[in-house]
Design a protein around this ligand. Structure first.
Ligand SMILES: C[S@@+](CC[C@H](N)C(=O)[O-])C[C@H]1O[C@@H](n2cnc3c(N)ncnc32)[C@H](O)[C@@H]1O
Length: 202
């Protein structure tokens, strides 16, 4: 299932998710989709045995189609209301939090606390994937060392070129950026995509 965008950098993110969600959620018991949104757009890519979608917006629950609210495989919690910052949370073997810290409504003061929560939510041997925006960039020097302390391997992809443009050639531009890393940011990144793999540290 491919998601399309006319924004080249968002399309690049979608291509990465198309590869990385199945890859890192496969064979994992619990997958968490934090800030899953009303269309549960990332749900079809999950390969974990169980999927838990979490979002704080209670109004979204009504917007989700009834057939999606049902448990597809009998063991999924498709959508539960949680504010990841304030309420008790589940732990996942695969934790995804994309387009949440990049959202214009996200309070950037909460960036470091949010990343800290996401780290806590990731089980031993689990993987955390999230992305950040130019609004949270100032906090990168604070939270990136936390990632390196907590995970055995951290993959950092800076991107964000052509974020303002809308074009039908977005998939082509995203493909070129996939192949040539420097073109993703052209020296001034606006977004960062993190893959954090925890092997044995709790
Ligand atoms: C732009 S949507 C992203 C949806 C989905 N992750 C995607 O990739 O399409 C951002 C979602 O994050 C949710 N969100 C923002 N802050 C949150 C928090 N502290 N706890 C839980 N959900 C949150 C919002 O309610 C919104 O549905």
């Amino acid at each position: 299932m491919i998601k399309w965008s006319r924004c080249p950098s968002k399309q690049l993110l979608y291509f990465w998710l198309l590869r990385d969600i199945p890859k890192f959620s496969r064979w994992k018991p619990v997958g968490l989709d934090v800030g899953c949104g009303k269309d549960l757009g990332n749900y079809p890519l999950f390969r974990s045995w169980r999927y838990i979608g979490i979002d704080l917006d209670i109004k979204l629950l009504d917007a989700i189609k009834p057939e999606r609210r049902n448990n597809f495989y009998g063991s999924d919690d498709i959508f539960i209301i949680r504010n990841l910052l304030t309420t008790p949370f589940e732990r996942g073997d695969f934790v995804l939090c994309v387009q949440v810290l990049t959202n214009k409504h996200f309070d950037t003061q909460n960036t470091v606390q949010t990343v800290d929560r996401l780290i806590d939510m990731t089980h031993m041997r689990g993987t955390l994937i999230f992305n950040t925006s130019k609004f949270t960039m100032q906090h990168e020097p604070v939270f990136e060392p936390m990632l390196y302390d907590s995970f055995e391997r951290v993959t950092v992809r800076r991107y964000g070129a052509w974020s303002e443009q809308r074009t039908n050639f977005a998939p082509l531009l995203a493909g070129i950026m996939w192949a040539i890393p420097w073109l993703r940011h052209r020296g001034h990144h606006q977004k960062t995509y993190y893959i954090c793999e925890r092997k044995c540290k709790p």
